[in-house]
Design a protein around this ligand. Structure first.
Ligand code: NAD
Length: 438
């Protein structure tokens, strides 16, 4: 099977590399020439564990190439995947489909022979039909079908998620397209991973509903954590006691500084807009969006309390800025709300993150970057643990406390225990949904 993957971001590149590993012949296309030059030189433009090796293996096998020539890639393909960005449209919360529709038009005029045009990007209900219309208009003679194949991989575990998915969702209108999509994913269902075939609208809805549900679960536990702080309960015990119920499950029940990332914020907003557009307001999703914003703002207050009510003149060390560990992605990271507030209040901020610097340098002007947690905390008045990278999970807390001007910690991922912080010599330790030590 010959596949053209349009867009080589987190989703397109991982999907393209994994499809080539299934044995398909894949061309990954991007209009960003610098990205293609890097890929051709064997470099991976994003940080995703294991991706460099799998990419090198399939390039060496001759199944995987990179190109900025969309026309040729599409002309030769049996299936063309659209995996471009669908960010929030400025002003109204809708998903911005500019990139999807531009790609569809460009694909249309280059179709040769029967081809399935597959949308992998997360797109609102009705988009696949719109893609079909755009292609048909641009190329009335084309022999093609559309398919909706939303992606569920998580950054940081993307290869494993793609290779061992909980399910693959495929929305189609014809048996011919279903058969071709089946051929593409055959290596997976030989290993018994379920493929859910459905219509286009259901496939599009599944993706948004799944993400909104997960965002709701996170926000629910974050709100319960606030309650725990008021009533003297411990969110870690509460999450454990809840999560052991098989109907609830223990995943996505860790309290933290609010969800971020490239998907949950934009997808919850887009889903809320879809509901409003069809006069069916999705009140739960709308509330989740609001509560998550409040939770992020509360984190600023927590750090402010730790700094005795003022950031002015304080040096604050921040451990972790990416929206979660094992990625370099900074999109909608809670760090982008919390750090500017500290700087705006007059603090000097030192940052350490194993992969966040390349993206973060532009997004966080005015911070000082270091490459080591112990250097970052030197003479600091407070340390804020924002992202639970492995290297921040087992710090020598005594060493940290000794180096600080005033040993105070905001542990916004509940990595440490208040009593351990106290034993290590911290005079103040705040966390989420557990008794603080101030
Ligand atoms: P991204 O921004 O990392 O990458 C998009 C790429 O598409 C960029 O490299 C851009 O240059 C390229 N591009 C845009 N228009 C193009 C065109 N006409 N021709 C060729 N290349 C073009 O985006 P991403 O994070 O990979 O997300 C892609 C889609 O997948 C989004 O809809 C997103 O919601 C969805 N998704 C993302 C994740 C995730 O974890 N990142 C998970 C599931 C689904």
């Amino acid at each position: 099977m010959k596949i053209a993957m349009i867009g080589t971001g987190y989703v397109g590149l991982v999907s393209g590399v994994c499809f080539s590993d299934f044995g398909h012949e894949v061309v990954c296309v991007d209009k960003n020439d610098a990205k293609i030059a890097m890929l051709e030189a064997g470099e991976v433009p994003i940080y995703e564990p294991g991706l460099d090796e799998l990419m090198a293996k399939n390039v060496a096998a001759g199944r995987l190439t990179f190109s900025n020539d969309l026309a040729t890639a599409v002309q030769e393909a049996d299936a063309v995947f659209i995996a471009v960005g669908t960010p929030t449209r400025r002003g109204d919360g809708h998903a911005d489909l500019t990139y999807v529709m531009a790609a569809a038009e460009e694909i249309a005029v280059n179709l040769r022979g029967y081809t399935v045009v597959v949308t992998k990007s997360t797109v609102p209900v009705g988009t696949n039909k719109q893609v079909k219309h755009v292609v048909r208009k641009a190329n009335p003679e084309a022999d093609f079908d559309v398919a909706s194949n939303p992606e569920f991989l998580r950054e940081g575990a993307a290869i494993d998620d793609f290779m061992r998915p909980d399910r693959v969702v495929v929305g189609v209108q014809t048996e011919r397209a279903e058969e071709l999509m089946g051929d593409i994913y055959r290596p997976l269902f030989l290993r018994d991973f379920p493929v859910v075939y459905t219509d286009l609208e259901s496939a599009e809805t599944i993706k948004y509903a799944a993400n909104a549900f997960l965002a709701t679960k996170i926000t629910f536990i974050n709100e319960i954590a606030l309650l725990c702080e008021r009533v003297g309960a411990d969110i870690k015990s509460v999450s454990k006691g809840m999560g052991l119920d098989g109907r609830i499950g223990n995943k996505f029940l860790h309290a933290g500084p609010g969800y971020g990332g490239s998907c949950f914020p934009k997808d919850t907003k887009a889903l809320a807009r879809i509901g409003q557009d069809v006069a069916t307001p999705l009140q739960i999703t709308e509330t989740v969006i609001k509560v998550n914003e409040e939770i992020k703002r509360r984190m600023i207050d927590k750090v402010l309390d730790l700094c005795e009510g003022s950031f002015k003149g304080k040096t604050i060390a921040v451990l972790g800025v990416t929206f979660k560990p094992n990625t370099d992605d900074m999109r909608e990271s809670p760090a982008l709300t919390i750090i500017p507030a500290m700087i705006g209040g007059g603090a000097k901020v030192r940052v350490v993150d194993p992969q966040g610097r390349r993206e973060g340098e532009d997004l966080l002007p005015g911070v000082q970057w270091t490459d080591d947690a112990y250097k970052a905390v030197q003479k600091a008045h407070a340390v804020v643990l924002l992202t639970e990278w492995n290297e921040f999970r087992a710090l020598d807390l005594k060493r940290v406390a000794r180096r600080m001007e005033t040993p105070r910690m905001a542990d916004l991922r509940n990595i440490y225990a208040p009593q351990d912080a106290k034993k290590a010599g911290f005079d103040a330790y705040v966390c989420i949904g557990r008794p603080d030590m101030i």
